[in-house]
Design a protein around this ligand. Structure first.
Ligand code: NAP
Length: 246
């Protein structure tokens, strides 16, 4: 690819939604992209094909981010195939909504396992193995500020991700690695749209002063900035990409 930058980026949950837009954007920016997925092999392989057709470089990598051994194997694969990793985007996540009074253990445990432990698993590998000069971008959510009813457990996992973002940015002193989070607002993906009526979606879309839902490419643009040369001086920050909803 003409604009290849010689750098390698892993995008967790890159098979669809925001992660797929991030993977495509980073490939267009010149990164070799490892597209991680849990179950969506066909989606991930289709995206690899699309990126390669556009002249980019990508590979699909199955790993459930909640499994530390699987995450370590994914980094081993990237090391073996491409000689190292420069960027990790912790995008894989799930959202299960319920009032705290109604939330069952499975709702709590699954979001903790994927959103929080999954991010911890990749952060631990990345902090040991990322090449100097690298970038870490975690996906949080504007729900850490909005704190809407029914989002309690989900928002708690993302608040914890933001806390680790700040701490890790300090722990990586001396390696020229930045650690930031991007916190989208309502964005038109399966995660957001599933289970909501048209009325609810339209209402939520109008809440931001820009009066529309975010698109995955809107969020990918913010990640591209933080992962690319123009983001070099941004470190330990949470960037809300949400049309101004909060
Ligand atoms: P999505 O459309 O549901 O896509 C989720 C992605 O994560 C899929 O690629 C899925 O892969 C992957 N994934 C799920 N569990 C996984 C696991 N255990 N291991 C590895 N990959 C896994 O969700 P999205 O809306 O794009 O959300 C992406 C991120 O943005 C999440 O962290 C979410 O919390 C955050 N976010 C979204 C919104 C929004 O409104 N959409 C707002 C704020 C923040 P498979 O297909 O293989 O399962």
């Amino acid at each position: 690819m003409s604009n290849a930058n010689g750098k390698v980026a892993i995008v967790t949950g890159g098979s669809r939604g925001i992660g797929a837009a991030i993977a495509e954007r980073l490939a267009g920016d010149g990164f070799t992209v490892v597209i991680n997925y849990a179950g969506g092999a066909a989606d991930a392989e289709a995206l690899v094909g699309k990126i390669e057709k556009a002249g980019g470089r990508a590979v699909a990598a199955q790993a459930d981010v909640s499994d530390p051994a699987a995450v370590a194997r994914m980094f081993d694969m990237a090391d073996a195939a491409f000689g190292g990793v420069d960027v990790i985007v912790n995008n894989a996540g799930i959202m299960r909504l319920a009032a705290i009074a109604e939330a069952d253990d499975a709702l709590f445990d699954s979001q903790m396992a994927i959103n929080l432990k999954g991010t911890f698993n990749t952060l631990r590998e990345a902090s040991r193995r990322l090449r100097n000069g690298g970038r870490i971008v975690n996906l949080s959510s504007s729900q850490t500020g909005l704190l809407s009813p029914s989002y309690g457990v989900y928002a708690a996992t993302k608040a914890a991700v933001e806390a680790m973002t700040h701490v890790l940015s300090k722990e990586l002193r001396g390696r020229n690695i930045t650690v930031n989070a991007v916190a989208p607002g309502p964005t038109a993906t399966k995660l957001f749209l599933d289970g909501k009526t048209r009325e609810v979606i339209d209402h939520l879309a109008k809440l931001a002063p820009l009066e529309r839902l975010g698109q995955p490419t809107d969020v990918a643009a913010a990640v591209s900035f933080l992962a690319g040369p123009d983001g070099a001086w941004i470190n330990g920050q949470v960037l809300r990409a949400n049309g101004g909803i909060i």
